[in-house]
Design a protein around this ligand. Structure first.
Ligand SMILES: Cc1cc2nc3c(=O)[nH]c(=O)nc-3n(C[C@H](O)[C@H](O)[C@H](O)COP(=O)(O)OP(=O)(O)OC[C@H]3O[C@@H](n4cnc5c(N)ncnc54)[C@H](O)[C@@H]3O)c2cc1C
Length: 316
């Protein structure tokens, strides 16, 4: 069977993979970009905090990126799911990686950029999922300003929630931490009260859409209206490739990379939400940083292939 060969196969067509493909296409490398069509920011109507793209629908962002990529003859895009990524031989010699698609067909990449992202699991609470993405949010940089002047509720009792409450109190008119039966220690309570943040510790029973945003219901006691509700989500890798390739992982569940996006396996790069350097506690997850990581990983692949194709010392 004839197997198509590429300089670099990019798995994932979110901002990280799109930018990696653009960087490689501009250097006239043969690139295959594989995208299963499921993106972390699918639940939201508009992305924020990306200069020139603030408020753009994510689908529009991707359409613009596809238009950019289609200008480069060496970039091929396919809408498909990847089943596996395996070393094809001796990576040090540039034998590369076999990428098997869901339909069983294969492609060979001398280098691979993993850009498959993370997925969020929400706390279990009736009505939460329906509001997730715009009224219910997890990141004040992405969705915070939109709640300006309103009442914002934050669900949970961990240290992260108190920190978030203090950040949001700059933006919202009124902020309430809903501990849902959890306890906050005395110093935290005093810090929050000093910043004008209210604390409600009774059990939350559910959320429903309302004219202002959400109605939060409690097991006992009156409902609260909120313009926005912040929650913490549990993050997991969207795809099994880090595990398949035995890549070094970090305590956050992210793939360990160096500043150039290199993973622990030579020839495999990772960019975007799924990876970060060990110095950070977790990925700095945003569209712009994912795109930036894609650019770096793409450029690192260019340097890597240059060193293989020209083994004599190339002047720096
Ligand atoms: C609700 C919500 C709102 C957000 N809002 C903002 C915002 O306003 N501003 C902001 O900067 N950030 C926002 N973010 C964060 C942002 O979405 C992520 O940081 C960004 O999408 C990460 O990009 P990525 O390319 O790493 O991954 P993703 O965008 O998740 O892309 C992953 C890609 O991998 C593909 N893929 C996965 N598995 C496979 C497979 N097996 N085969 C082939 N392809 C595969 C997917 O189809 C997709 O193309 C938000 C996140 C959430 C959850």
């Amino acid at each position: 069977m004839q197997i198509d060969q590429y300089d670099v196969i990019v798995v994932g067509g979110g901002p990280a993979g799109l930018q990696a493909a653009l960087t490689l296409g501009r250097m006239h490398h043969q690139v295959l970009l594989l995208d299963s069509g499921s993106y972390r920011n699918d639940p939201t109507g508009h992305l924020h905090n990306f200069v020139t793209r603030d408020g753009t629908p994510p689908s529009e962002f991707r359409a613009l990126a596809h238009r950019d990529l289609d200008e480069y003859a060496t970039v091929e895009r396919r809408s498909t799911t990847v089943a596996s990524v395996e070393p094809a031989g001796d990576n040090a010699a540039g034998d590369g990686f076999t990428v098997t698609l869901a339909d069983g067909s294969q492609a060979l990449g001398r280098r691979v950029v993993l850009a498959t992202g993370l997925r969020d699991t929400l706390p279990e609470l009736p009505g939460l999922e329906e509001l997730w993405g715009d009224v219910v949010a997890h990141c004040p940089f992405c969705h915070g300003h939109e709640f300006a002047g309103g009442h914002v509720a934050l669900l949970g009792a961990g240290p992260h929630v108190s920190r978030l409450a203090l950040m949001v109190s700059r933006i919202a008119d009124r902020v309430t931490v809903l501990t849902d039966g959890g306890d906050l220690d005395a110093p935290t309570l005093s810090l929050l009260s000093g910043a004008g943040v209210a604390v409600r510790d009774d059990r939350v029973s559910g959320l429903a859409p309302s004219e202002t945003g959400a109605t939060v219901s409690f097991a006992a006691g009156p409902d609260e209206e909120a313009a926005g509700v912040f929650v913490s989500t549990t993050l997991t890798q969207s795809a099994p490739f880090a595990e398949q390739l035995g890549l070094a992982m970090l305590p956050s569940g992210g793939i360990e990379v160096d500043v150039m996006g290199r993973t622990s396996l030579p020839g495999v790069y990772a960019a975007g939400d799924l990876a970060h350097v060990a110095e950070l506690p977790m990925a700095f997850a945003s569209v712009l940083t994912a795109a930036s990581a894609g650019l770096v990983a793409g450029a690192a692949c260019v340097a890597d292939l240059l060193a293989i194709d020209h083994p004599v010392p190339v002047p720096a």
